[in-house]
Write a protein that binds this ligand. Sequence first.
Ligand code: CP
Ligand code: NVA
Length: 312
Amino acid sequence: MSAPSDFLRIADLDREGLDGLLDLAAGMKERPTAMLGERRGKTVGCYFNKPSTRTRVSFEAAANRLGMLPIMLRPDELQLGRGEPIADTARVLSSFVEAIVVRTFAQADLEEMAAVADVPVVNALTDEHHPCQALADLLTLRERFGALAGLRLAYVGDGNNVAHSLIEAGALAGMHISLACPTGYEPDPEIVAAAEARAAVAEGSVRVTDDPAAAVELADAVYTDVWVSMGEDAERERRLRDLEPYRVDEALMAGAAPRAVFMHCLPAHRGEEVTATVIDGPASVVFAQAANRLPTEQAVLATLVDPAATAA
Ligand code: CP
Ligand code: NVA
């Protein structure tokens, strides 16, 4: 396996598939319109059930750079929002478009759509995974440090969708991932266990602690994400209280390797999960990560939609 038929989580890829996407993305970055026209006449339906700046705009721009038409679909514009079953929606969309990009809540809903759709389905973020973000993050690390294997990435904060995809991507790439999460905010143990097994094959590792200082020790990259993800607003007060000791500040960054970069998928909340001095400071690569969403989205669409055209 190297080109998957859907992209629902990073674990859908093998090492060859991951490297292939990153190589293709790097090429797209160098020559943004090199594949313009290669997917002309094809359409991608983008169903977004949560807000988005980076993912939405980068997918639309990526589709345009491949000559594809992106159609943005919000739930209130679809019969899905009025109760039409996911399966019926997926079946119908499959007869109009060559790929479906979905941002929604439950991973199970995405999986149901992928099971029924006759065209590739791409995860543009669910509560459990954010694989497209992890691709851009790995491209950013590769540009900065060269090889990914052996790099040390510390993730500090909520063991959420972004953390899950980073764990899976880092494990596949042979990185050493250490996470510091408070009790009750740890990543899914099944995802961690599967990633540990994959990391071992690639001579990487995955480790979970509740101690931010221990996690960042010698790290080449320190990553955090919001404390309150989309759909969690009712838990806001408790989350801010519980995650307070996990803020990434200059003192925490000082415990990482001298060459360490600061990473965040954005949007960020300065003063919550990260101080302004860190995210706006010299170690921050957050806007490089955001910029890398576009070539990685191009690579995902080109790989899934008519992969033979890329291989030819
Ligand atoms: N990082 C990310 O996915 O951002 P958006 O929510 O703006 O798409
Ligand atoms: N964990 C965040 C990521 C946003 C890109 C969320 O799900 O809201």
